[in-house]
Write a protein that binds this ligand. Structure first.
Ligand SMILES: [Zn+2]
Length: 332
């Protein structure tokens, strides 16, 4: 709906001048003293060594918390207060994120955005709720957060145990405000734009633009050279289309919910991979190949270096479900 207006409004002259100044600043990397609650998932579980979590300062007011083994968060600091996107996987890492923000600023936490319904992006909400922040999510994200809460807990129990986190501490904190297509938040002289471009990795996937920084936060729909979980999308075509739309936006930096800072070429690359994977599996279904035979024959060796390649069998199975039944059993 208002999404086309966004692309034209985006390169405002004032924003450009401000951005130019930011571009001259090198990205500063702050290595964090790792508290217990920040300990990442054991590297072995990831199939490769996981780098330690770090806080990257993107511009003078925008910070990217990057945890390869977990999930990322973004926060913007203004004179009027702080806006946060996603709160990590559990109240304790959520609190560690809040502590990290407190080292940067003592301004109040004004807004918390949950980018999609997966627990690793909102189960850390509780300590932020205690600050009195206003919580925002797309309307379908809000519905799914509630609807699949039990399943989201169930599939994270082992991870909690591995990290010594008590599942009973997790509380479902639902948004105070929801939106359908777009929403603009004004804070401390900045404008932050929330956009729903249609279903990506799942319905409700929310993109957040920081026009002054030419930066865009991306939800589950994007991870650099990462094979995404295919169990939730109602339409791979819609997903590919929205990634192409994002790749055409006037942004210099992509700040994803998982994985490191990326750029538009990385988004384009994922769109091409998804289109390729989907077409290949669709072709196998059309040829009458059973799902088990498809898993044996479709090995996609060209993506063997991508993150989560080891989950390929599950992704093929999930695509078979979508193509053959049009349903997402996880969301029943
Ligand atoms: Zn996630």
């Amino acid at each position: 709906m208002a999404t086309t207006a966004f692309t034209t409004a985006f390169p405002a002259i004032v924003g450009r001048l401000a951005t130019l100044a930011h571009r001259l600043l090198p990205v500063m990397i702050v290595t964090l003293a790792m508290a217990g609650a920040l300990a990442p998932t054991p590297a072995a579980a990831q199939g490769r060594a996981a780098p330690p979590a770090e806080l990257k300062q993107i511009t003078n007011d925008l910070y990217f918390f990057y945890e390869f083994a977990g999930s990322n968060a973004v926060f913007m600091v203004t004179d009027e207060g702080v806006l946060v996107i996603d709160t990590r996987t559990h109240p304790r890492p959520g609190q560690a994120l809040l502590d990290m923000i407190r080292k940067v600023t003592d301004k109040p936490i004004k807004w918390v955005i949950n980018s999609h319904f997966h627990g690793d992006h909102h189960f850390g909400n509780a300590p932020f709720k205690a600050t009195g922040a206003t919580f925002v999510a797309q309307v379908e994200t809000a519905r799914l957060m509630q609807h699949v809460q039990a399943k989201e807990m169930a599939r994270r129990i082992d991870g909690f145990k591995n990290q010594g986190l008590d599942p009973n501490e997790v509380k479902l904190i639902l948004p105070d405000v929801t939106f359908d297509n777009t929403m603009t938040i004004k804070l401390g002289g900045r404008e932050v734009r929330l956009m729903y471009l249609g279903p990506g990795q799942q319905a409700g996937d929310t993109f957040v633009a920081f026009p002054h920084a030419h930066a865009l936060f991306t939800p589950g729909a994007f991870g650099k050279r990462s094979m995404p979980n295919m169990a939730f999308t109602p339409s791979v075509d819609s997903w590919v289309k929205l990634l192409e739309q994002v790749a055409a936006m006037d942004v210099d930096r992509i700040l994803p919910a998982h994985g490191d800072v990326a750029n538009r070429a990385d988004v384009k690359e994922l769109a091409a991979m998804l289109a390729d994977e989907y077409a290949t599996v669709k072709d196998a279904v059309a040829k009458g190949l059973s799902v088990d035979d498809a898993i044996k024959t479709l090995t996609f060796p060209q993506y063997k270096d991508w993150r989560n390649y080891n989950r390929l069998a599950g992704e093929i199975r999930a695509l078979y479900e979508l193509i053959q039944t049009g349903k997402r059993s996880y969301l029943d």
